[in-house]
Design a binder for this molecule. Structure first.
Ligand SMILES: O=c1ccn([C@@H]2O[C@H](COP(=O)(O)O)[C@@H](O)[C@H]2O)c(=O)[nH]1
Length: 234
């Protein structure tokens, strides 16, 4: 797999037309993420369009509910035959296990990824707002271990935690990283960030890079620049 096949671009737009415009503009992108904004607004039509264009799909719906509901939601999502599907590790062991069990009885299931701790949160918010009495890297590690023990295929994590998670969880556990910012782009609401080169060098399997590409004045130039930066160093 080439390095550019390891970049996932989110379709974080509110309409199907805007999503299709991005697909048309960036034909070299092979892996797209559909998240809550587009899916809630337009439903599953975009998934059919991505399939017709032979793209890989990350359905990022971040399920967080009781075990029976999470398992049912994963079962329903599996009908779309997407590559990745997300749920929150904080739904707990029983919910993660119920999801894994549901997927074991599904033909061509997605790879289940648990969110460890949203990349928009920092250690101050973890301690003072969420009242978690662990250091952030330790908390992210505990969420990843919970996910691994519960049968998840991998986690969504910040690139800042990748080196430690790769070391502890091993090579087969998927590490998918949002919170990726080239040093020429705005950080926005992300808090735990690294550059694409740093994230790949730390051991990330996939990078999720959205606004630095999709909101750039010239998305094609931004995509090319990120690919070049990766090709030069990795
Ligand atoms: O912890 C998480 C989990 C998911 N995301 C999603 O990734 C993209 C990031 O987009 P950018 O524009 O590059 O910030 C977005 O769709 C999030 O919903 C995340 O950022 N952090």
């Amino acid at each position: 797999m080439s390095l550019s096949d390891r970049i996932i671009v989110p379709l974080d737009v509110p309409t199907l037309n805007e999503a299709i415009a991005l697909l048309d503009q960036l034909p070299e992108v092979s892996f797209w993420k559909v998240g809550l904004e587009l899916f809630v607004a337009t439903g599953s039509d975009i998934l059919k369009i991505l399939k017709e264009r032979q793209k890989r799909i990350f359905l990022d719906l971040k399920f967080h509910d009781i075990p029976n509901t999470v398992a049912g939601a994963c079962r329903s999502a599996s009908q779309y035959q997407v590559n990745f599907l997300t749920l929150h590790a904080t739904a707990g062991r029983n919910a993660l296990q119920a999801a894994a069990q549901a997927m074991s009885q599904t033909p061509s299931p997605p790879q289940l990824l648990a969110i460890t701790l949203l990349t928009s949160l920092n250690s101050r918010e973890l301690a003072f707002d969420l009242k978690i009495p662990l250091e952030l890297p330790e908390y992210a590690l505990q969420m990843a271990l919970l996910a691994q023990e519960s049968g998840m295929n991998g986690v969504v994590c910040s690139p800042q935690e990748v080196r430690q998670l790769r070391h502890v969880c091993g090579d087969k556990f998927l590490l998918v990283c949002p919170g990726v910012r080239p040093n020429w782009s705005k950080i926005g609401d992300q808090r735990r960030v690294m550059t694409p080169v740093e994230a790949i060098q730390a051991g990330a399997d996939y990078l999720v890079i959205g606004r630095p590409i999709t909101m750039a004045d010239d998305p094609v130039a931004a995509w090319d620049k990120i690919r070049q930066e990766l090709d030069e160093v990795c």
